[in-house]
Write a protein that binds this ligand. Structure first.
Ligand code: SAM
Ligand code: SF4
Length: 432
């Protein structure tokens, strides 16, 4: 059986697709890049914003057309588009053979006619890496229920994997050439709170303990972690990042808005002052850390004054990078049920552009400070005649010169934009 997996959305979805592929490979199936050659096509979907859902729906339309031209294959839809009840999806897309919730691979195996679904199959099924970097989910789901967000309804409650399982996966990847692991969670600092402590009477493990547990894995050079939830970030976790040499000083801490009333309507669970406290905790302990954030503009009831406070925050904190999105109402969320989506589309668009302009200026200024410096780049790929990779801060760096995928190469930075840095590899600088 040949399978094809199409993936949109976050790093967690990328990791889920890889795991499903590993399971299908294990059952003797083979991957194909072309959906028209496949016996099973899986769409791994995202529904965080309407636009992501629209892309999956467009893809389904193409598959339906392919089927009507006589191609015989099964269609599976998995991921965040699929809720506990799938009656509505079944009605809208009757030609789909199976709907599977995020990480619920069993129905897909069943529709593929594979009798290999249970027990310890998935926790110990890992893909063959095809890059020097790999994503490793460490905590699934989310308990936070921010009013705008569909994730807790689709991915369920926070559930941590055991340190032993994660270590096993990290060792598997590093034995096959992976140098950098990104520990994933919607709220990665919540890791461990639902696990039993190893010794009765002590605290359960936290993200810092997990980082320490995998730190000495042979071959592992860098550890990253995504996404931080400000309230769950503790001095103990920040200390682990500061103390462990392989953990990269790169924090992704979504603030979402710079105004307390908006944060309260979003039910983010912190005030701006509390966010600033966490930001300062990181900056004071790790001054060189790269800071990345997420912003939603045009959330329900956002006034010009409230939006102006978000812009002020961006000017004040000077993030290395900002992921900005216009609020997209998601049916089933608290905001969709209880708050009016009353910021007009053109105002949302204008605010989005304003944030992008501020951030382009600030990111350019920050990146230009790296001109004429030397940066250690873990090489990820070669495209259009140049190498690409990232430094410890997570900055994308394109360069020319001698290198190999998987090496860490010292690069002299010659150009800098908001989005990337460019330079040339220094000769014979591959650190041992
Ligand atoms: N857990 C992280 C956090 O606390 O923000 C991020 C996970 S969330 C799935 C990824 C990003 O999608 C969020 O940071 C938010 O900016 C964006 N997002 C989520 N729901 C959204 C919505 N309804 N409209 C627009 N953006 C949204
Ligand atoms: Fe969504 Fe909030 Fe959970 Fe992030 S913390 S996944 S934004 S509910």
């Amino acid at each position: 059986m040949k399978y094809h997996i199409w993936t949109v959305g976050c790093q967690m979805n990328v990791a889920d697709s890889r795991k499903l592929a590993a399971g299908l490979d294990r059952a003797g199936c083979t991957h194909t890049d072309a959906p028209e050659d496949a016996d099973l096509v899986v769409l791994n979907t995202c529904s965080v914003r309407e636009h992501a859902e629209d892309r999956a729906i467009g893809q389904l339309g193409r598959l339906k057309k392919l089927r009507s031209r006589g191609k015989d294959f099964r269609i599976a839809v998995m991921g965040c588009m699929v809720g506990i009840r799938d009656d509505d999806l079944r009605r809208r897309f009757p030609y789909v053979d199976v709907f599977a919730r995020p990480q619920d691979f069993s129905p897909i195996m069943a529709v593929a006619g594979i009798d290999d679904t249970g027990g310890e199959f998935w926790p110990t099924t890992f893909g063959e890496p095809d890059a020097p970097t790999a994503f490793v989910p460490v905590i699934h789901g989310c308990d936070k229920f921010c009013t705008y967000c569909i994730v807790p309804y689709r991915r369920g409650r926070e559930k941590s994997r055991t340190i032993a399982d994660i270590k096993n996966e990290v060792e598997h990847y590093c034995a096959r050439g992976v140098k950098e692991i990104t520990l994933l969670g919607q709220t990665v600092e919540a890791y461990g709170h639902d696990l039993q402590p190893e010794i009765l009477g002590t605290a359960p493990p936290d993200l810092g303990d997990l980082m320490r547990a995998i730190h000495e894995t042979p071959g592992l050079e860098r550890i990253r972690f995504l996404t931080s939830y400000p309230k769950d970030m503790t001095p103990r976790i920040v200390a682990a990042v500061a103390e462990l040499p392989k953990v990269c000083e790169n924090f992704n801490i979504p603030v979402q808005a710079g105004d307390d009333a908006v944060l309260a309507r979003m039910r983010r669970g912190y005030t701006l002052a509390e966010y600033l406290e966490k930001f300062e905790l990181v900056r004071s302990r790790i001054p060189a850390a790269a800071m990345v954030t997420d912003i939603i503009v045009g959330f329900c009831g956002e006034t010009e004054a409230e939006f102006a406070r978000t812009c002020e925050l961006l000017e004040r904190l000077r993030f290395d990078k900002v992921h900005v999105a216009a609020y997209s109402p998601r049916p089933g969320t608290i905001a969709h049920r209880t708050l009016a989506d009353d910021v007009p589309a053109d105002v949302k668009q204008h605010r989005l552009q304003t944030v992008e302009e501020i951030e382009t200026r600030i990111s350019t200024e920050i990146n230009q400070r790296l001109l004429d410096t030397q940066q250690d780049v873990l090489v990820e790929n070669r495209r259009e005649g140049r190498w690409s990779g990232r430094n410890r801060l997570g900055k994308l760096i394109h360069f020319e010169g001698d290198a190999e995928v998987g090496q860490t190469v010292r690069v002299r930075i010659e150009r800098a934009t908001a989005w990337s840095l460019q330079g040339t590899a220094l000769p014979a600088t591959v650190p041992a």
